[in-house]
Design a protein around this ligand. Structure first.
Ligand code: ATP
Length: 341
């Protein structure tokens, strides 16, 4: 549906994007994820037509749109700030793009009301000024305005970042539901790992103007291609040479020359080891009680590892207790020390 081929973008001498390649499928929820300044927004702006690449091409349904102006690209955009007109009514905000297209009034009315209903905006809200609505309601207006022109794809740049934590989670779920209902191809920009993991069909992880990995949330999280990806997405333990060498001494296929990592939930406390598991005795330095789960910091002597255990309400270990950490070398993600591969 959308293809970015070998996109290079420069700002003066600075290369913001180095050979970006992305292929977004029809109906997919595709996320650009990465830390601040890595090039997510620049990639999105190249796709939407605000920026022209110095090299590479943008294809939509096989057609080269690299030099097609924004307004002819048939792409709906939801910005971080929503870019709504605060003093205009919700109705007029949503109708704006249709008026620009010189659509007739009755047709505009039909479309505005139909889309408003789909994103749960009431008739009463339609007549209010945007400034009178809550953050979450404004977000719905921004989405309605982007969808009302029947775009082929919708692009969203950090649309939840202005909202408080609770509303973010609530709207995240609504957004996902809406996207599946509309079946619209969506490209979403965020620096929030959890948001990317919960919303996306696939994620592209950006770092310093390059894409490090493209994959499903599970591929990115459990099979991180690079050291950067494994550190950026979720929490992780880097295992000490002592722990790694002990595993090797017991036949594990690992190398101490690599950087060896294991996710927190792959380590268990005081459970009977299964075939291939290794056990390490340690002392709980700190216990954090989250309700749904418990986080332990366990001192193994050579390092303090973090562990996440489900809270069964019974097996809870306090600081100072001696425990056994159980892990399996097959759960280790290993990267060459030069970090290249
Ligand atoms: P954030 O999450 O902070 O928005 P981002 O990943 O979206 O970050 P971009 O906005 O794409 O990052 O910026 C990528 C790099 O390009 C940054 O180093 C930024 O300073 C630079 N940059 C972006 N726009 C311009 C511009 N118009 N002129 C010069 N440099 C720019």
């Amino acid at each position: 549906m959308i293809r970015l081929n070998d996109i290079v973008v420069k700002f003066g001498d600075f290369t913001a994007l180095h050979n970006i390649n992305v292929h977004v499928k029809e109906g997919e929820f595709f996320t650009f994820l990465g830390p601040s300044g890595c090039g997510k927004t620049t990639t999105l702006r190249t796709l939407t037509g605000f920026i022209e690449p110095v090299e590479g091409s943008v294809l939509a349904n096989g057609k080269d749109i690299t030099h097609v102006p924004i307004e002819e690209r048939n792409i709906g955009i939801v910005f971080q700030s929503y870019a709504l007109f605060p003093t205009m009514t919700v109705y007029d905000n949503i109708a704006f793009g249709l008026k620009v297209k010189k659509m007739k009034k009755p047709e505009i009315d039909k479309k505005v009301r139909s889309i408003a209903q789909k994103v749960d905006l009431t008739d009463e809200q339609l007549m209010k000024a945007v400034s009178q609505l809550s953050g979450g309601q404004q977000q719905r207006v921004a989405i309605a305005r982007a969808l009302v022109t029947d775009p082929a794809i919708i692009c969203m740049d950090e649309p939840l970042s202005n909202l408080d934590a609770k509303l973010r989670v609530q709207l995240r779920n609504e957004l996902k539901k809406m996207q599946k209902e509309f079946g619209i191809t969506t490209i979403y920009v965020t620096h929030d790992q959890e948001e990317a993991l919960t919303l996306s069909d696939r994620i592209a992880v950006f770092n310093k103007g390059c894409i490090e990995q493209i994959g499903t949330p599970n591929e990115i999280y459990n099979h991180s291609d690079t050291e950067f990806v494994c550190n950026f997405i979720g929490d992780i333990n880097r295992l000490s040479d002592e722990v790694v060498n002990e595993m090797i001494a017991h036949g594990a296929d690992l190398s101490p020359a690599n950087h060896n990592y294991i996710r927190l939930e792959r380590i268990h406390v005081n459970v009977p080891p299964k075939a291939g598991d290794m056990t390490f005795e340690g002392v709980v330095e700190q216990m954090e009680y989250y309700g749904l789960y418990i986080k332990y910091y366990i001192n193994l002597g050579s390092e303090v590892i973090k562990v996440i255990e489900k809270n069964d309400g019974v097996n809870i270990y306090e600081a100072g207790e001696t425990v056994t950490a159980v892990m399996n070398p097959k759960d280790i993600m290993a990267y060459p020390a030069d970090g290249k591969e």
